[in-house]
Design a protein around this ligand. Structure first.
Ligand code: 1PR
Length: 558
C-alpha cells in the first residue's frame, strides 16, 4: 500500500484525515518531529492544522518543523495544507499578532466581520475557480459543496486576488456573505485548502484522492453542472447551504447494550399498556450514523444521555462509537454528554480538557457541553460577567479553537403575565399560556432536564458565547419528540442575541418542518432525531423536499 506522510503537532482531530486517506487505499504515517529523517525522502506530505494560528505555528517551531518544511517545499515534492495548514503558508494572522507564518504566500489573515453573519463560518459552502470554472482544481468543483469551519481567513479584494494570480497562484475562492476569501490555493508542488476535505463527504474525498494521485486539473463534471442549474434554487445570503444534522441519543439499555434511543420530552422509557417500561431501543449507534451519512446528513451528533453516571474514563462507551463512526462518516461528528471534569470511581481526577481530547483523538470534530455550560454561565454572572479561565468551555476552546466547542441548551418554556417582572429575556408569544399569559421565557435545565435553573436560555447563550463557545445546539424540552415542528419563538429569540451559529433542535416530525424552520427563523442548521430513527423519513427525503421548495442543500454527488 502506498504510504502518505502527515505532519502531526498534536493539535486536533487527525484521525478523521487518516481514516479518509486509508479509505482511498493508502497507508498513513505521522511525523511528529522535524528531525525525522523521513522528511528527506518521503514522496508527499500533508500539513493539516486546526485551532489557533499562533499555537499551531508555535508547535511547528518547537518541533523543529519550520526549516525542514521549507526545504521540503523547495525540493518540489507535493505538499497539501489543510485549514490552519493553509493559513500557515501566509505571513501572519490577526488571530495571533506577532507570530510569523511560513511566508510562502504573501499577506495576512483576518477575522470575518461578525456584524452581519455568524462567526465562525461553520457549514457547507461552494467555491469558484479563478481559472474560469472549466477545469477542476485538484478535484475541486464549483458545483460541489465543501465543509468550512473557521473564524479567520485570507480575505481578499479583487485587486489582491489578481496580484496573487500574477505571481502564479491558482486560486479557488469562497464568498461568505460579504467577504471573499481564499478557499484553496495551488502553485507548482504546493496545494492547500481552507475547507476540510476529510469532512466534505465524497466531494472532499475526491480532492484528497486528486492530490494523492497528482491530478492537478481535470474536466468539470458536466452532469453536476446541469444538476446545479436546473432547479429554481435560492442563493442564500451567506452562501452556506441549509445544514441538516442527524442526532443520536445514546445510552445503555437495561440489558447492558449501547443503543440509540429517543425520548418524549426527554423520557426515553416505553409506556406500553402491558407494563413494558424498557429503554426505547431504536438501533445501533455506529450503523445508524453511517446510514445517515450515506443518506446525506451534513453532520452527525452523538449525545451520551446518561453521562451523569460515573464510569472509569478509560471505559467511556462513546469513544469506541466515535472511533468506528469516524471510519465511515466523512462529515463532521459531534459528541456530547459528560464533557466535564470527572473523577474515576477509584478517585483519579481528569479534566474536561482531557476528556475532550480523548474524543477528538477518537475522531470527534466538536464536543457539546450541556450541564457544565449551565454551571459555567452561572459562575460567569456571579463573577461580574467574567470567566474563571478554568471552565471546560474556556479550556477546550483555548486549545482546540472555538469551533470545536458546542453548547447544548435544554430549555423549558415558562409563561408570565408581566414581562417587567421577569429578570430573563421574554417574548410576546403567539401561543398563550394556560391562564391566557401573553409572554413567555425559557429557563435552562441540566442533568437531562432533571434540574431547572434560575437562568434564562438567552442569558446562558450569551455567557457561553463570551466564554468561548463556537456554536449552540438549541433543544427544547417542550417540543422534544412531539413531531409538531420546531419552536420558532425560542430559536429567533436566541439567534438574535448571539453571533455564533445556532442548530435548531426538537420537534421535527416531517420534511415540511425543516422547510418551515429555515423560512421562519435565521437558524444556521436544523436537527432531526426521532423521525429518522423510526424510519418514517430519510435525511434524503428531507433534502429532496427542501430542494423542491427552493432551499439550498448539499447533495453529495461527484
Ligand atoms: O449535560 O453535558 O452531560 O450533556 C448531556 C446531553 O444529553 C445534553 O446535550 C442533553 O441535551 C442530552 N440529553 C440528556 N438527557 C436526554 C434525554 O433525552 N433524556 N437528550 C438528552 C436530549 C435532545 C435532542 C433530541 C432533539 C430532537 N436530546 O438532541 O435529539 O430534541 O428530537 P426530535 O427530533 O425527535 O424531537 P451533559
Amino acid at each position: 500500500m502506498p504510504v502518505v506522510h502527515v505532519i502531526d503537532v498534536k493539535s486536533g482531530n487527525l484521525q478523521s484525515l487518516a481514516n479518509a486517506i486509508i479509505s482511498l487505499g493508502f497507508e498513513v504515517k505521522f511525523i511528529t518531529h522535524g528531525s525525522d529523517p523521513i522528511l528527506e525522502t518521503c514522496e508527499r506530505l500533508i500539513l493539516p492544522g486546526v485551532g489557533n494560528f499562533g499555537h499551531f505555528v508555535k508547535e511547528l517551531h518547537s518541533r523543529n518543523f519550520v526549516e525542514p518544511l521549507k526545504k521540503f517545499i523547495q525540493s518540489g515534492r507535493p505538499i497539501m495544507g489543510i485549514c490552519v495548514g493553509l493559513q500557515t503558508l501566509f505571513e501572519s494572522s490577526e488571530e495571533s499578532e506577532g507570530t510569523v507564518g511560513l511566508s510562502i504566500i504573501p499577506g495576512k489573515l483576518s477575522k470575518f466581520n461578525p456584524s452581519k453573519k455568524s462567526v465562525p463560518q461553520i457549514g457547507w459552502n461552494s467555491v469558484t475557480l479563478t481559472n474560469g470554472n472549466d477545469e477542476e482544481l485538484y478535484g475541486i468543483s464549483p458545483f460541489s459543496k465543501y465543509y468550512f469551519v473557521h473564524s479567520y481567513a485570507a480575505i481578499r479584494s479583487n485587486d489582491e486576488i489578481n496580484k496573487l494570480k500574477e505571481i502564479g497562484w491558482n486560486l479557488a475562492l469562497c464568498t461568505y456573505l460579504d467577504e471573499t476569501f481564499i478557499a484553496a490555493v495551488s502553485k507548482d508542488n504546493i496545494f492547500a485548502t481552507q475547507f476540510h476535505p476529510e469532512k466534505s463527504g465524497k466531494a472532499g474525498l475526491k480532492v484528497i484522492k486528486s492530490f494523492l494521485n497528482d491530478i492537478k486539473s481535470s474536466p468539470i463534471n458536466n452532469e453536476l453542472k446541469l444538476n446545479s442549474i436546473k432547479n429554481n434554487i435560492e442563493k442564500t445570503e451567506t452562501g452556506l447551504t441549509r445544514r441538516i444534522v442527524a442526532c443520536l441519543d445514546v445510552r445503555t439499555n437495561d440489558l447492558g447494550d449501547l443503543v440509540v434511543t429517543k425520548g418524549d420530552q426527554y423520557d426515553v422509557r416505553e409506556k406500553d399498556d402491558d407494563g413494558n417500561n424498557n429503554v426505547r431501543n431504536l438501533g445501533k449507534p455506529v450503523e445508524m450514523a453511517e446510514k445517515y451519512y450515506l443518506q446525506g446528513a451534513d453532520e452527525v451528533t452523538f449525545l451520551n444521555i446518561t453521562s451523569f453516571r460515573n464510569s472509569p474514563i478509560k471505559d467511556l462507551p462513546m469513544l469506541e462509537v466515535l472511533r468506528l463512526s469516524a471510519k465511515t462518516c466523512f462529515v463532521p461528528l459531534t459528541v456530547g454528554g459528560g464533557i466535564r471534569d470527572v473523577t474515576d470511581p477509584d478517585g483519579t481526577k481528569h479534566s474536561a480538557l482531557e476528556v475532550a481530547s480523548m474524543y477528538f483523538n477518537a475522531g470527534a470534530d466538536k464536543v457539546s457541553i450541556g450541564s457544565d455550560a449551565v454551571r459555567a454561565a452561572e459562575d460567569y454572572y456571579l463573577n461580574n460577567n467574567k470567566g474563571s479561565g478554568n471552565s471546560p468551555i474556556e479550556t477546550i476552546s483555548k486549545s482546540y479553537g472555538v469551533q470545536a466547542v458546542v453548547i447544548s441548551i435544554d430549555p423549558k418554556r415558562f409563561y408570565i403575565e408581566d414581562p417587567n417582572k421577569c429578570k430573563f429575556k421574554t417574548i410576546k408569544t403567539n401561543f398563550k399560556g394556560p391562564s391566557g399569559e401573553e409572554y413567555c421565557y425559557y429557563k435552562v435545565t441540566s442533568q437531562g432536564g432533571r434540574m431547572v435553573h434560575e437562568l434564562g436560555a438567552v442569558e446562558l447563550a450569551i455567557a457561553c458565547e463570551n466564554l468561548g463557545a463556537g456554536e449552540i445546539l438549541l433543544n427544547c424540552i417542550d417540543k422534544d419528540g412531539s413531531n409538531s415542528g420546531f419552536d420558532f419563538e425560542l430559536i429567533n429569540m436566541v439567534k438574535s442575541n448571539v453571533s455564533i451559529p445556532v442548530i435548531a433542535s426538537s420537534g421535527a416530525g416531517n420534511p415540511q418542518h425543516f422547510v418551515d424552520v429555515f423560512q421562519n427563523t435565521k437558524t444556521d442548521a436544523a436537527l432531526g432525531a426521532g423521525m429518522f430513527h423510526r424510519g418514517e423519513y430519510k435525511v434524503s427525503d428531507v433534502k429532496n423536499f427542501m430542494t423542491k421548495n427552493g432551499l439550498l442543500v448539499r447533495v453529495d454527488n461527484i
